[in-house]
Each structure stands twice: as C-alpha cells, then as structure tokens.
Design a protein. Sequence first.
Lengths: 714, 150
Amino acid sequence: MNIVKVSRRDFVKLTSAASAGLVLGLQLPRSARAAEGAPFPLGTFVEVGTDGIVTIYVSKSDMGQGVRTTLPMIVAEEMDADWKHVRIRQADLDKKYGRMGTGGSSSVRTMWTPMRQAGAAARAMLVSAAAAKWSVDAKDITVSNGVVAHGAKTATFGELAEAAAKVAVPKDVTLKDPAKFTIVGKKANRLDNPDLVVGKAHYGIDVRLPGMLYATVLRAPVFGAKVASFDATKAKAVPGVKHVVQIDAHGNEAPWAGVGVIATSTWAAMKGRDALDVKWDAAKKDESSATLSAAMHAAVADGGSAKQVRNDGDVAAALSAAAKKLEATYEVPYLAHATMEPMNATASYTADGLELWLPTQFADWNAGSAGGAVGTKNVKVHVTMLGGGFGRRAFPDFAVEAALLSKAAGAPVKVQWTREDDMQHDFYRPASVHRVVAALDANNKIAAWHHRMAGPAINSWMGQGDPAESEVFDKEQLPPIANARLDFANVDSVVPRGWWRSVENTFNAFAVQSMMDELAHAAGKDPIEFQLSLIPAGHKVEEKGVVTYDADRLRRVIELARDKSGWGKPLPAGRARGFAAWFAFHSYVAEIAEVSVDKNGAPRVHRVVTAIDCGIPVNPDGIAAQVEGAIVYGLTAALQGAITIDGGAVQQSNFHDYPLLTIDQMPVVETHIVPSTAPPTGTGEPGTPPIAPAVTNAMFVLTGKRVRKLPIIT
Amino acid sequence: MTKLTINGKAHEVHSEPDTPLLWVLRDELEMAGTKFGCGRGYCGSCTVLANGEPIRSCSTALSNVVGKKILTIEGLSPSGTHPLQRAWQAENVPQCGYCQAGQIMSAAALLMKTKKPTDAQIDDAMGGNLCRCGTYQRIRRAIHRAAEEV
C-alpha cells in the first residue's frame, strides 16, 4: 500500500512526543500525516497532537468533489486552527460519524452545521483547558491560528491538547459570526494535491494486502443472464491462476452473474478469464435501443400508460383557447458513468468477519450488502480515494463480488474490473422521451404546459418507491404556470438504472429549457428576457418555515451570466450564444454557451459563462472546479454520449465507442459565484443540467433547426 | 527474468514477457502511481516515458521495453517539485486525480521537446489523455505555467 502504515501507538513508543509530529510531517505524504505526536481526541471528528497538528476525520467519500478539503476548512474555521497544521484522515465506517453515504451534492450542505459544531466544540475544549491552566475566565481568552491567548499568556493547541481532551465535549456551542470567517470563503488548494502529483494518492485499485490475490470476473454479457455451465480447464492452466469460481447475482443492487478467476497477479487473472469457456442460460434478448425508443414514444403519444403526477388548472381548456400552441418531443439515451478508475474492491473474509477496502460513495450500504452476501454482520470498511464516482460508486456490486471471491479463495482478494466490464455493467442514466405541448396567451405568457414523459425509472429498477419520483421534475423547475400538467409512464427495460451526476435533472432540464427557448422564439422575444419575465419577484417556497426556493436568486444568476457573457453583443461570424438556467440540489445555475457549427452540422463549444448561487461559497476555487467538471460531464453527453442496446446487451465497450470529451474540445469555462450568506448548498451536480439546452439553443440560432434528440453528434 | 531500468534504477522482474508494463509496475514492483484506465491505450492514464517518449504502459508488453529507460510519475522528480508538479498544485488541477499521473507524464514529454508549447501543441500532445472530471482548462494553464518556469 502507498499509505505508510505506522501505527500511532508504535510510533509514539519509538519517538518522543515532542518531536514526533515534525518528524512524521516530513516523512509521510500529507494526507496520511495525522497527529502522531500523541493525538488527543476533541470530539468525534477532531484530534490535536502534542505537536499542534490538527487531524480532521472526513466521513464523506471524495470522488473528486473535494470534500477532503472543504469539510476540514469548516472545522478549522470554527476552531481558529492554523490551516497549515491541518491534516486529514479518511474515517472508517462507524456509526459515530452519522450517515456516511455521499451523493446528491449534499456533503457540504448537510455537514455544514455538524462540522461547524465539531470545530467550535474543539475550540471550546482548548479554551477551557487554558482557562483552568491560567485560572482566568474563559470569556477573556482569544484564539487565533492555533494559538490560545489571554493577555500576555499564550499556549499552542499542542500544549493544551492533553488537558483539553479531559474536558467534556460541550453540547451547546456558539458558532462564529460568518463575517469573521478567515478560511471559509477563500481559495484553498486541495490537501491531497501533494500526494496526487507524485502518484502517492491511495485509490481502491492501489490496495495491497499481505497474501492478497487478484481477481477478474467474466460477467454475463446479456443483462439478466445466468451461468448455465463453465469449463475452467484452460483457465486453470494459465500460470498464476489459483481458483475459478461461479458468482451469482445478488438482487438488483449487484445484478451480475459470472465466473471469477482468482490469481497471483492482475494479468494472470485477466489471461485466465480470456481462457474461460462459459455457457450462459437464455435470458431475455429481445430488447434493443430501437424497441425501447419505440415503447417510450408510444407511451408519450397515447398517454394511456402514463400516470398523472401533477395537474394544476385546466390544461385542455387553456390549450384550446391559446393564441399559439407548440408541440415538441425530446429524447435522450442511456448513459454510462465511465469513471476513470474502473470498478474494483478488496475484501478479506475470515471466520471473524469481513474487512473491506473500497472506493465507495456509500460505505454504509456497501457494508450491509457485502456482509449479507457472505453471511456476516461483522463488517469493517476502509474508504479509499475514489477515481471518480458520479453516482456509480453508490452501488455495492463490486464490494459484494470482492467479499464472495475472498470467501471462496480463503484469502484477501482484490477484484479488478476492466474498462469493458465497467462500460457494459453499469447502472445507467435512464433513457427517456418527453412530449411537451405548451401554449402562449395573447400577452406572450405561458398559458399552458402539458409535459408527458416516459422511460425506465431508477426506482422501478431498484424496486423501491413510485417510479415517477426518481424521474420527474419539481414544480419549482418550471416558472409558475396556471395550467400545468405532468404525466409519467414507466417503461420496462432489462437495463440496470442508477443515479448519474444530477440524475433526472439532465433530461428534464434539456426538455424544459429547450421548450422555454422554443416558446421565446415563438413569442418573438429574447430568450433571456422571456424567461426573466416569467419569474415573479419575491416568489418563495417554504417548507416548515424554511425557504426551499427563492425565485429572486434564480433571477440574479441569470442576470449575472447574461452580463458577464456579453449577451446581445456581436460575436465572430459563425458563432451564436444559447442560454439555459436550472434550479437543482438547492442551488441556482445559469449557463450561456458560445457555439459554432461546422459544415457537417457538428457543434463546437468555444466558451461557457456560468453563474451559480450555492449559498456561502466555502471554497470558491473548488466550486469553480465543480462547475467546470459538471459542464464537461454534461457536454460530453450532449455532444457524443450514448449507450445503445442490442440483443439485451450494451454495444459500447471502451472509449473508442463511448468517447469522452478531450482537451481540444474543451470550451473556456468562466464561473461566477453569487456572494451569499445563505447556508451552503450543492455544487457537484447543479452545473450539469443546463449545458445541453444551452448548446442546442445556440445551435438553433445558427441553423434554424431544433436539436431535440441527444446526443447531437451521432 | 527481465532487466529493466526504471527511474534510473536497475530492476530484475519475473513477470511473463507478454505482461503489460503497467502490471509489472503496479503488481510486481509496487509502483502504483501509474494507473489502469482502459487497457487499450485510449485514455492515457497509464502513460510513462520510454527513452523520453510517452507510451501507454497498459498496452506495451514487458518484452518491448527491455533496454529502454522508463520514467514514471514516481521518478519525475525525487522531491515532487518538478515544475509541472508545482504548477499542477498551483492551478489546483486535480479533482478525483486518477488520470493526473498520466496527464503529467504526457505534459513532461511535451515540455522536453517543446519549451513553450502553444495551445495547439498542447491539444496535440494531450489529446490522448482523458479526464472525466473535466480538468482540461486547468491542465492547459498548468502546462503554460510550468513552461514559464523551465
């Protein structure tokens, strides 16, 4: 393993407490450096060493969104710690940390208050210790940059750590006035950067245990197929191959049946797998992208199978009375997550229980599923770095496989997926078709909106909840329209579905923000002015006294993006701008894309100007990075992303036929963050939804033709 | 047994001659900085230098690199302070970080030949290195920044 495993206990025995921190600080990669100088816990999330090193436990998984930097910033802010002395440790699975699952752009939003409280509590304990030591009133003590002071008396966090740890963790703490923040709101570089640039960051694929074996699994190519029989003779003849075992599917969360090859190296396992002879049973092979598309189009055309989700006013009457009526049908395909690190997991099963090393977004869910598969409730999980997640690494399938393989081998096993495995055995962003009929009244306001959508729902794959709930948009994602109806038809599919960066917002923003643009043009209005005219001033939605949507914040991001983009000003010949805005994950985003189209009709996106309001911007550079990444993720899909099905199997296999955006395709992305004192909200996902309609709306200006089916380039 | 020179050190490895260099580095030599991304040379995550040329170690057999000087992310600079490594940190390039070793090695090969690359030269040299997190504009800035220092 790359992380140097010096147990704290051993190290303290060997080294004097006074010098330990400094020595380790030089020897260990920064992310692995903890408070080795006799660390003292100040609550659940914080340890302070006698060397003054502040170690903060990160209970959320970092898949690139930067929580291993952002969450410590919040703690350090309330502690008044010296940021240079802050180190991080990834928390192992433990109930004491609360919910560890990472998704829905929720880490900073949900951890904002707990992290502030953790930092404030640690600070209060250090202050109490100083007050007792100096026999002074705690109220007269100040803290700054890791130093506690009273008049001329000062003590470092390190000097107070031992005494502070004996103070009871306070339940009620006073949080800082945000106006006094010195860490939150300023650019912080990733704490993992020093490791990342020298190849020392520790991902799931890098786990290495004593006596560990390496496995690959040949999974059924057709969804739902099972192993009928297999001949392992040739595979076992490959040097290094130790075991060949059948793996069964474990429900819809680990739906892959296959044959595992366990060997002394990754390459031996891969060669062994190539030598396998497996007969698969007859699964349903009749599904193709064409049959699915036809079923979705049929469902939105006749509406017979659709279930009404919302129905305000009288849509039918409003449509028949309207001055102008538009009808359009939008369609998007299945998409794969394609994290750069292919799925993998390492497990060590013994009679005592199961220990897992996982690049997972959901340590808690993974532990239950993998433990269940091998019949133990005693499960330990160590979360590694994640080479991308985007929703894919929520699922426990790779953890289940590793557990089963380790049990079968009687040894620790790392299961390594190939890119082909990963591309063809994903939980895909659902395909969907949207038929929107909308009407304008004589004043060019939207008189009616009838939105009927159809697709295979995530919820129907997982067998939980109402299928519509995982697919439809919220009321706030349309402007207030007196006559608005939304229907959803679930369409059967053998293809596993899951959460893909911004989930249902991808296709809903495409359909809604495309139709808004179509209406603007039908009304003869500027698309931005048209949408602004529909946003009522002062409109807020409240739930239990908390404002969950504020239309004025949407207006501000639209105006900011408009003003920064030069909207309305001339562009070089052959270029046009397109606009879209969307509210998701409690954040507000507007994007303006500058696009040209080549002689074959293929677009090139030159520049994207975006404005985001995500509450208090904890780490502004991190937010900009997330917006850049979210745009690339959405743009890749809009331009060239499609998973197609034939014979019940995925046709794509690697990056040659599921191409990712490359550096030469990268637009200049400018991110403008609205200053805010509201609590922080999502940043990882909200930038993804608006980019597809922003690009296709620009293409309409250039070509006069609407792009209503993604991807744009086929 | 195969003799290899990696990051200036001689190694004797026992992997089969058809084993991709990537797995020799990762599994046998425990040099895990070089990453597996696609196994077919499409994504560049596994990029290392062989006699100064960027190669895809996932699809280069051990037998094809005998006698060549291999440079990996672990050997780019002994202290992690190569201008590219400093620039990568200054521009806060990495998100998940998984592709970045390959990105840095491709950029290192570029700067060895082209002291002050243009945007078009960066596109050419880096077009085979995929990043799913979308760090490309920061990669571009970091290469320009490093070029200023070299």
